[in-house]
Design a protein around this ligand. Structure first.
Ligand code: ZN
Length: 342
């Protein structure tokens, strides 16, 4: 099966009341881990690459690895998504490289750091929607700003500053209507990276009410949660047990994500949890046999550890078991679908 447009996965998730995890990748082992988990749980798949990932792994390696994943798993629908495109040009180069979905993050200016104006966001998002939809490619947009920085992307807002940049539900409605985007990333108090909250989050800092409000106003809009790793204590503990130095930190509890899924969340970005799993497994392998020097000795358990996290999220978000139910459509099919709507 060829890679599919992300839109069909989000539509199927909405029809059936589940969410789909979007996992970030940089290399072969991470792609294999996601596919191992998807195969075992029969899950539809969203794999995403940031700008940093695309330059680290080189687009051509990434593209061929994704094609391999699709060839080896003909029964699983797989979407390939550009995470946090900072400009129209970045999104266009992703489309050229075979990505079936792009995020135009116009909530920040092209530097990926400065919070942008409403007019800027609407105008770049509209431009990407027009070009992407003409090729059947899905578009995710963002309104409001998250805290933290990841892969060099983010305004670096502190927890309190991020609370001043939450998505306004009323504005969200206008934004989606004006831009025609397929999915909207919202800011509800979460941050990118491992350091999201200093204690287990309450409704005051993790504003699930914003999601409920947006969903009430736009029941058909696919909502995306960024910065949604759960930062499980047991993964931090493995890292620290084997020589790591991770301070105490808290992520977004899986139960809150499940609550979001009941209110229109269809795509959940998870990266940090997989990084923690990989790092813990490698540290453990290094300590357990310091004489070993075959990279496969530590990359194999790292791959398994990431697959375990992916599997747990696929089950928790409800996408497990749904791969076979997705009616596959091509980019060409979606091109016609968008043309009809225009
Ligand atoms: Zn993000």
């Amino acid at each position: 099966m060829a890679l599919v447009p992300m839109r069909i996965l989000l539509d199927h998730a909405a029809e059936n009341g589940y969410g789909v995890a979007a996992f970030n990748v940089n290399n072969m082992e991470q792609i294999q881990a996601i596919m191992m988990a998807a195969k075992e749980t029969e899950s539809p798949v969203i794999v995403q690459a940031s700008r940093g990932a695309r330059s680290y792994s080189d687009d051509n390696y990434l593209r061929h690895l994704m094609i391999a994943a699709a060839e080896l798993n003909p029964n699983l629908p797989i979407a390939m998504h550009q995470d946090h495109g900072n400009s129209v040009a970045t999104c266009m180069s992703a489309i050229e490289m075979g990505f079936t979905s792009v995020m135009m993050d116009g909530s920040l200016e092209e530097d990926g750091k400065t919070p942008a104006s409403w007019d800027y966001n609407v105008s770049v998002t509209k431009e990407v929607v027009k070009a992407a939809h003409a090729k059947g490619v899905t578009v995710e947009a963002e309104l409001g700003c998250l805290g933290g920085i990841e892969d060099g992307h983010g305004a670096g807002l502190s927890g309190e500053e991020a609370m001043a940049h939450l998505t306004d539900p009323e504005e969200a409605g206008r934004f989606v209507e004006e831009t025609g985007c397929d999915a909207l990333a919202v800011a509800i108090g979460t941050s990118h990276g491992a350091y999201k909250f200093t204690k287990k989050p309450t409704g005051q800092v993790l504003r699930m009410d914003v999601i409920r409000e947006i969903h009430k106003m736009m029941p058909n809009c696919h909502i995306v949660m960024h910065g949604s790793s759960s930062v499980p204590e047991e993964l931090l503990a493995i890292i620290n047990e084997y020589g790591g130095k991770m301070p105490e930190t808290y992520g977004v509890p899986v139960e809150d994500i499940q609550e979001g899924i009941k209110h229109g969340v269809r795509k959940i970005n998870v990266d940090t949890d997989n990084r923690l799993a990989i790092t813990g497994a490698i540290r453990k392998a290094f300590i357990e046999d310091p004489a070993e020097f075959d990279p496969r000795y530590y990359l194999k358990p790292a791959r398994v550890a990431m697959a375990e996290v992916c599997k747990a999220r696929m089950v928790a978000f409800g996408q497990a078991g749904h791969a076979g139910g997705v009616v596959t459509k091509s980019l060409d099919d979606l091109k016609k679908f968008y043309a009809m709507g225009a």
